[in-house]
Design a protein around this ligand. Structure first.
Ligand code: DQA
Length: 140
């Protein structure tokens, strides 16, 4: 059975509460329950942290055994060389996801330190982006 983990970074624990006009009204936990029912032949797990080091530790922990990582590193996308290095260090493919279309937003969101070490990037499709990322990893 394929093992895929979704990792969400800072402030994404507030999905459904935070800036609903940008990120939508659904809590991630509710979306994740629906996603699991669509992929019941896949071992899907979920981890969220507001701490850069905890995200790096999780990438190291799963990054040599899981079949795929779906990563929305939130604002760390635009700042973190350390997460970029962690993605480069592991063997599991990583797909970068953003709920919003970061290219339609402030210029500081247009650059990702992570993208060049990822298999691909999905942004602007709301929570559906996580499903698209899982589907792309299952085609590996
Ligand atoms: C985000 C976009 C980031 O720029 C922002 O800091 C987030 C969420 C997104 O999913 O659209 O926290 O990654």
């Amino acid at each position: 059975m394929s093992r895929i983990i979704i990792i969400n970074g800072p402030n994404l624990n507030l999905l459904g509460v935070r800036e609903k006009g940008i990120y939508g009204a659904e809590r991630f936990e509710d979306y994740f329950e629906r996603l699991k029912t669509q992929y019941n032949g896949v071992e899907l797990s979920y981890f969220q942290s507001n701490h850069e080091g905890a995200i790096i530790d999780k990438i190291h922990e799963v990054g040599f055994s899981a079949d795929g990582i779906v990563l929305n590193a939130g604002a760390f996308t635009h700042t973190s060389l350390a997460i970029a290095d962690a993605i480069a260090a592991v063997t599991t493919p990583v797909v970068e996801v953003h709920i919003s279309n970061v290219y339609a937003r402030e210029p500081f969101r247009h650059h990702s330190y992570l993208a060049k070490n990822c298999k691909g990037v999905i942004c602007g499709f709301g929570l559906e982006g996580y499903r698209l990322a899982v589907a792309s990893l299952l085609r590996e």
